[in-house]
Design a protein around this ligand. Structure first.
Ligand code: NI
Length: 138
């Protein structure tokens, strides 16, 4: 393990209070641990964005009563079928559907599809989880 260096961080009080609440909720034992994780996550993201194939899942919940939403979701999925491995649909309750889309492709393509799905009116709480496959696409 390389040498550990301490450094100071200046933040607005309110932002720090919110950060503390956030990391308590995520069960971090201290701020250093949380900040290290944030930094690592950003670095992994940067590596993905520079090329490399990624695999992951786009998960989202939507209101299936929303007009035209189903068609828009379907259109997006057809437009991105090269990176979609499979789609799982769950009818959660009377109003809501949950969809899990397994993807594999360049990070740019995967992010584009995830952002487009999350931006649709009526889609709530979309998340993307990605991991590297170790292959380079560029
Ligand atoms: Ni459904």
């Amino acid at each position: 393990m390389s040498e550990v260096i301490r450094f100071g961080v200046s933040l607005e009080k309110n932002l720090l209070l919110r950060f503390d609440r956030l990391i308590r909720g995520k069960k971090y034992t201290n701020r250093s641990e949380a900040i290290r994780d944030l930094i690592r996550r950003e670095m992994v993201k940067e590596a993905w964005e520079k090329g490399g194939e990624v695999a992951g899942a786009i998960t989202f919940i939507y209101d299936h009563h929303q007009r035209d939403l189903l068609n828009r979701i379907m259109d997006l999925q057809h437009d991105h079928q090269k990176i979609i491995l499979s789609t799982q649909h769950v009818h959660l309750d009377h109003d809501h559907c949950l969809e899990i889309v397994a993807v594999r492709g360049s990070a740019g393509d995967v992010l584009e599809l995830a952002d487009a799905l999350k931006a649709l009116k009526g889609v709530r709480h979309g998340t993307l989880s990605m991991t590297g496959t170790g292959k380079e696409t560029k």
